[in-house]
Design a protein around this ligand. Sequence first.
Ligand SMILES: [Zn+2]
Ligand SMILES: [Zn+2]
Ligand SMILES: [Zn+2]
Ligand SMILES: [Zn+2]
Ligand SMILES: [Zn+2]
Ligand SMILES: [Zn+2]
Length: 456
Amino acid sequence: MSSHPRAGAIRASTMSTDTIESKKSHSTAAVLKNACRACGKACSQSWFGAAAGGVVRTSTNDVYHQDCFRCHVCSNLIRSGESYMNVGDRNNRQYIHPGCFACIGCKRAIGVGTEYTKDSSDNEEGSYYCIPCHSELFRPRCTICTRTLDQYFLRHPYFDSEVYCLEHDNESRRSCFACNRKEPLPAARKALFVDLLDGRSLCVDCSSTIIVDSSEAAELFRGVIQFMESQLGMSIPEYMRQVPVLVVDYKSLNESISAEGNTALGHHGASGSAGAGTVRGVTLSSCCQVRHIPSGFSLWSRLTTGRPLTSAAAAPSDCDFSSVYHKVDMDEQREVSAVLVLFGLPRDLIASILAHEAMHVWLKLNPRVPFRMTPKVEEGLCQAVSYFYLESLSLTEAAAGNDVEQNMRKYYQHQISTDTSVVYGDGFRTVQHVTSVLGLRIVLEHLEACGELPVT
Ligand SMILES: [Zn+2]
Ligand SMILES: [Zn+2]
Ligand SMILES: [Zn+2]
Ligand SMILES: [Zn+2]
Ligand SMILES: [Zn+2]
Ligand SMILES: [Zn+2]
C-alpha cells in the first residue's frame, strides 16, 4: 500500500472556538441577522437572556449559541477555546471533537493531519474512513481468490465486475467456454463450474439455458428462419426449412470439418473469447455421414460429469458419447447437407451461432448470390445476421428473459462487434456500416445484382 494521497482523500485539520463573540465587540443589529444553525433561533435570545450569553462564529462563518455548539459525534458541548474539526460540505457541515472523529472501520480516531475519506456510496452520517480501512473495504477484490487487488490487475473485457490478480493469468484455471469468466476458488463461496464431457467447462449462468440435443437446436433454427423472413424481409429458399440441424460434440464438429469431401464453413469463436479460434458451428455443403445427439437425449446428467453444481466430485467413467450417437446419411446431391452446432452452449449463444449458419445456408441456396464470395464479405454478412438476431431477441418481450440473459446477449453482441480478426471482425463492421446506411434489403439486392457489397 502506498502512502500517497489518493482521490477523495482529505487531510484532517482543526480549528478552535476562538471566535466567541461578546456584546461588547459587535453591534446587536449585526448579530440579529444570524440564526443559530442548531436551534434556528436568533442568537440574540441567548445574547440577552442567558448568563453564559456567548455566540460562536466558526471559521466557516456558521453561527451557534454557545450552548448549542455541540460535537456531531458525542453531542457534548465544544467549549470556548476548545479545538474542533470541521467536516463535510457547506450543506452538511459537522463540527466534531478531534478525539471523536474516528474511522468507521477501525474505530480509531483520525488524528489531525491524517488522511481520511468518505465513501460516496454510503450516505450514513459520519461514515468516514481512514485510508487503510477504506482501501481494505472498498478496493476491488479478486473474483477468483477474494484478495483485495493491487494497482495492477486483470479485468474481463466485458464483465466489469470480473477482476483478477495478475497471477491467475498463468494458472491452468477453468474458464467458461461461453463467457470466458474464470472459475472462482472455494474461498469465494460461489458455485463451481460444470464440466462437459468433451473437456469444456461452463459457469453456472451459462449452463442454466444449455442446449443439448438436435431437436432443440432445430427449433431455434426455425426461429432464426422466421426472423430472416419476417423481420429482415428475406425470401427463404424452400429447402432451407428442411436442412438438418444437428447438435454435435467438439470432436465430431472438428472431424466433420477436416473429413475428406466435406465443404465446411466453420464459424469460429470471436477472438478474445473462450472459443477463440475454435469452431462452434458449421454449415456442411457436402457430407456423407455425421454422428449427432438425437432428440430425447437431453438428460443433463449424462452430458455433464454428473456432479452437482456445487460439488467437485469426480466424473463417473461410464458416460460415453458413442452409446447415444445416431448416424445420419447425407444426400450428397444437396448443396447444403447440414448445419452442425456444438452441444452444451447457452440457448441464446446457440441461437446466434445458428443465425450465422443460417446466413451461410441462405447464401449457398440462393442462386442469385455468387457461389464464391470473399470470406470477409460472406462471414461479415453471417456475423451481421447473428448480431441482428441477438438484438431482436432482446427487443422481443417474450424472449427478453431475465437480466442475466439480457446481459449475456449484449456480451455475445460485444464479442461480434469487437472481434479483431479481419474476416469476422472487419467483415462484420463493414457490413454493419453499409446496412446502417442502406438497410440490409438493399445491401442483399446489390449483392445479387453485382456480386459484391455496395460501397457507401
Ligand atoms: Zn441555538
Ligand atoms: Zn465529541
Ligand atoms: Zn480505520
Ligand atoms: Zn486472486
Ligand atoms: Zn459462462
Ligand atoms: Zn461462418
